[in-house]
Design a binder for this molecule. Structure first.
Ligand code: URA
Length: 211
């Protein structure tokens, strides 16, 4: 598994504002959206393209177009939804699948409550959106499901990651090589409740309120 911590002053600036407990939900949603677009730029560095030629008003120009089948973007409900627009802004032709997963706060284990994905992902590049890579249980289960359906490679985009979560993913996904994690920061640790420290609190609650 490869991990990329995006090192850019705009990413650090937006992340700092996201972390701030005084940031209200509308501002949090806007910042998360902007931050994902910056992370998506790095995360799509290996997106598949094919050669293409167009005619400019002056002469033919050789370039590229995104290859088919289009990439699949998979937000993990609910907090991953707050990352979807920021991602599809850069990949407007991507298809979008949905995975509903929730962490049991007692066992910290992931449970799947909704799946809306193509049955066959052969040859597809997939981008999973989950803001907080905490224990890694949810994200590892999601990535495994995509590979089991035939995905060619999977990139997870997270706003924040904890070392414990990355270590868990490494181990749990050791038999799947083309996995990448792209994040804005690698934080210190998890606390006893499974929250990332210093983190930003509960990403779903901060995006959508405590419902
Ligand atoms: N999920 C969150 O929303 N925040 C954390 O810190 C960990 C998991």
């Amino acid at each position: 598994m490869k991990t990329l911590v995006v090192d850019h002053p705009l990413v650090a600036h937006k992340l700092t504002a996201l972390r701030d407990e005084r940031t209200d939900s509308p501002t949090f949603r806007r910042l998360a959206d902007e931050l994902v677009t910056l992370l998506a730029y790095e995360a799509t560095r290996d997106v598949r393209v094919v050669e293409a030629t167009v005619n400019t008003p002056v002469a033919p120009a050789h370039g590229v177009r995104l290859a088919r089948p289009a990439p699949l973007v998979v937000p993990i409900l609910r907090a991953g939804l707050g990352m979807l627009d920021g991602m599809t802004r850069l990949l407007p032709t991507a298809e979008v699948g949905f995975l509903g997963m929730i962490r049991d706060e007692g066992t910290l284990k992931a449970q799947t409550y909704a799946t809306r994905l193509p049955e066959d992902l052969s040859g597809r590049q997939c981008y999973v959106l989950d803001p907080m890579l905490a224990t890694g249980g949810t994200l590892a289960a999601a990535v495994r499901l995509l590979f089991e359906r035939g995905a060619e490679d999977v990139t997870a985009i997270c706003l924040l990651a904890a070392p414990e979560g990355l270590a868990y993913m490494e181990k749990a996904l050791a038999d799947f090589t083309p996995v990448r994690v792209v994040t804005a920061a690698l934080d210190e640790r998890l606390n006893e409740h499974g929250y990332i420290v210093p983190g930003l609190g509960d990403a779903g609650d901060r995006l959508y309120g405590a419902v």
